[in-house]
Design a protein around this ligand. Structure first.
Ligand code: SF4
Ligand code: SF4
Length: 422
């Protein structure tokens, strides 16, 4: 992002305040400095040099921002809040104003979560240490924040299960040829979602390639202002998929990853070697629900249960706000027989997971999760569908802490895979 573009982005805000009621942290604190408008003023002053990144208040209010981009959806002036925030966070990172231990733990978190092998090893070690499925202690160690003690992550029986086959043939006549991003958290914690994605795509006539060379997409780094690392990871992912440019689409089942991958053109716009390739790559990226809706669902479905099941849907921020995808997952899920859908109040308000936010800002993250759980419980649903690994893990952990593990939190593609009648 050039300085001129950043300035232009900042100037787009006319301070109307229409975004305030959409902002989760403003809803919780009622403080202007914790609202999009207030933060934009701080970021503008930071850019103009009227405020310093070493000002603790600036860092505090920007750190408390979830990066959920609900303000972008609400803004009538088209302020690109997400990329403004990334640039401001890069400025703060460059000024090295955080205590050394905090900076180190943030770096360690990003490195661990963006390398599936490292994440798997850390979680296996945590499981051995704690002897349980919910290693609250591991979360505390990873976050480097004593306040995180008592938090939990629901671990599956098997971490990093085998990847789907490199090639899966289409069932019936081939309608398209697609690649699938396997991701980092998705691959380690929700490997079954990757398998379900491949199964559902194949059942709908897609030949599916799961490229083994792919790495992290860089989303966590970008959202936390580590833009040089995000660019490097983006270039690596583009290179990894380049032998497969004949693909009709690159399918993503993680909202946060898909959101950044669609923005690779902007992220790498000043890179002479990658600017064009990044745009071509980004144009092929589709969320799995978006792609299936675009392609047209063709596979037969059976009822998931003999009895009617009550389900609800939570909008992952980087799907609803980052990619403006709301109807496609609902339209697909509405095909499930014997399901009663109940609308979730404040469905588009962040659950508090927000990448590494639940580890770096545990207090606000938990407040937002409580708010989400209250709304979820009011629906009476026994199944909650949502399309992002962070939301899946964070909401499930909250339900477990409340003694409600029987309420299932599940990716939409898994519900569709379970109902396939082939
Ligand atoms: S990104 Fe989310 S938390 Fe941050 S200012 Fe916008 S609405 Fe508020
Ligand atoms: S970000 Fe948009 S909605 Fe919010 S104050 Fe600025 S112009 Fe208004």
């Amino acid at each position: 992002m050039t300085s001129a573009q950043h300035e232009k982005d900042l100037m787009a805000c006319v301070h109307c305040g229409l975004c305030l009621p959409a902002c989760p942290t403003y809803l919780e604190t009622g403080s202007e400095a914790d609202s999009p408008r207030g933060r934009l003023v701080l970021m503008r002053k930071l850019h103009e040099g009227a405020l310093s990144p070493s000002d603790a208040d600036v860092t505090r209010h920007l750190d408390l921002c979830l990066g959920c981009r609900a303000c972008e959806t609400a803004c009538p002036s088209g302020v690109p809040y997400g990329r403004i925030l990334e640039t401001a966070r890069e400025q703060i990172n460059a000024a090295r104003v955080r205590p050394r231990a905090t900076a180190l733990s943030r770096w360690a978190l990003l490195e661990t979560l963006s390398h599936p092998a490292a994440m798997t090893a850390a979680l296996r070690a945590a499981r051995i240490t704690t002897g349980g499925d919910v290693p609250a202690e591991a979360v505390r160690l990873l976050s480097g924040d004593p306040a995180a003690a008592g938090q939990s992550v629901c671990l599956p029986e098997m971490l990093s299960p085998p990847l789907p086959p490199i090639i899966t043939l289409a069932v019936g006549a081939k309608r398209a040829r697609v690649g699938v991003l396997t991701g980092c958290a998705m691959r380690v914690l929700f490997g079954d979602v990757n398998s379900d994605t491949v199964r559902v795509l194949a059942a709908n006539g897609c030949e599916v390639l799961v490229n083994r060379r792919q790495g992290c997409c860089g989303a966590l780094h970008a959202h936390n202002g580590s833009l040089a690392e995000a660019k490097s990871l983006a270039r690596g992912l583009i290179d990894a998929f380049s032998p497969f440019y004949g693909l009709d689409a690159i399918i993503v089942n993680s909202a946060g990853c898909g959101s950044l991958m669609k923005e690779y053109g902007s992220l790498l716009s000043d890179d002479i070697d990658y600017a064009v390739k990044a745009k071509q790559f980004a144009a092929k990226v589709r969320d799995v629900s978006e792609w299936l809706d675009e392609l047209g669902w063709a596979a037969p479905l059976k009822a998931p249960s003999a009895e009617t099941v009550t389900m609800t849907y939570h909008d992952a921020c980087h799907l609803a706000h980052g990619q403006q995808i709301r109807e496609a997952p609902r339209a697909l899920l509405s095909r499930l027989p014997n399901v009663k859908w109940v609308a979730l109040a404040e469905s588009e308000v962040c659950c508090g997971s927000a990448g590494i936010y639940n580890l770096t800002e545990p207090e606000m993250a938990r407040r937002l999760r409580e708010r989400k759980l209250e709304n979820l419980l009011a629906t009476g649903a026994s199944v909650v569908a949502t399309g992002n690994p962070g939301c899946l893990a964070w909401i499930a952990a909250g339900l477990r802490e409340r003694g409600l593990p029987e309420i299932r939190v599940v990716h939409p593609v898994t519900l569709l895979a379970e109902a396939l009648d082939i």
